[in-house]
Design a protein around this ligand. Structure first.
Ligand SMILES: [Zn+2]
Length: 270
């Protein structure tokens, strides 16, 4: 499942081929993938001005300020190529004045495309702040008073946008915070450590091209390499890379959670 780093890599890989290009034609092959209230489809004749990302969502902004907002879901992807034949599970195709075609491909169809003529602002205001730039004081304020497990709170896109299962486990391990601790119980130093770990881990994952779990690819079909650097994700039962103790595994918010019993003690050890 693509998380923030994969979406950011996708944004960066697509931007050079999309910015300044005019959409000549839009082919919607599966209508239930697209929601565009008030219009009959997606805009044609517009020129793409920039690509923005908030959390795990990507927006293609045109020169009129309208936004095509893309949710990748579990298996969605955007691919830019000059191929004329549509690969399997191609749901939407944008034909550009450059002759290139941008395709939204999604085998399991948990993703989707939404058109917002007024831009992504209203939709994104309902999400938490973007995790790539999260500040400790902002994180602490958003967790304040919460009795939920910190892991569950980090996965909640209304609290913080962009952290999913992989990077939640990695950040909690790096910060030495037990995933079942009440989110509102973190002290100043712990909030600082956690916010710092979230930023650092997301940034290095972006630099590594994201994590390729199952079938993630960027806009040019390239795989990422961050999965080779995971410290805890997918490593339940294996030795902690920091202290050597066997990593434990449980379910939090219905998601597999891996942590180290000595690096991440269950209560604040002071
Ligand atoms: Zn450890």
């Amino acid at each position: 499942m693509p998380e923030l780093p994969e979406v950011e890599c996708l944004r960066r890989s697509l931007e050079p081929g999309l910015v300044g290009r005019t959409v000549r034609r839009v082919i919607i092959r599966r209508r239930d993938i697209v929601s565009s209230p008030g219009t009959t489809g997606l805009p044609v004749g517009v020129t793409i001005e920039l690509l923005q990302r908030h959390g795990k969502q990507l927006a293609i902004i045109d020169q009129l300020g309208g936004a095509v907002i893309v949710q990748l879901g579990m298996t969605g992807g955007l691919f830019l190529s000059d191929a004329v034949r549509h690969p399997p599970h191609t749901h939407v195709v944008w034909v550009l004045d450059s002759g290139m075609r941008l395709r939204f491909i999604d085998a399991r169809r948990f993703g989707g495309i939404a058109y917002a003529p007024e831009g992504p602002g209203a939709l994104w205001a309902r999400l938490g702040p973007d995790a790539l730039h999260i500040r400790a004081d902002v994180l602490r304020r958003r967790l304040n008073g919460s009795r939920r497990a910190i892991k569950a709170a980090l996965l909640d896109q209304h609290i913080l946008a962009g952290v999913g299962n992989i990077y939640a486990d990695e950040a909690l391990h790096a910060a030495g915070v037990h995933p079942a601790r009440p989110a509102g119980g973190l002290g100043h130093a712990e909030s600082r450590a956690l916010a710092g770990a979230i930023r650092t881990i997301l940034r290095s994952a972006v630099e590594a091209g994201g994590s390729t779990i199952r079938d993630y690819r960027d806009g040019a079909g390239r795989a990422g390499f961050f999965q080779r650097r995971h410290s805890v994700y997918g490593r339940g039962g294996l030795p902690c890379l920091r202290c050597g103790r066997a990593l434990e595994k449980c379910l939090i918010a219905q998601r597999t959670t891996v942590w180290c019993p000595s690096c991440q003690p269950p209560v604040d050890s002071g």
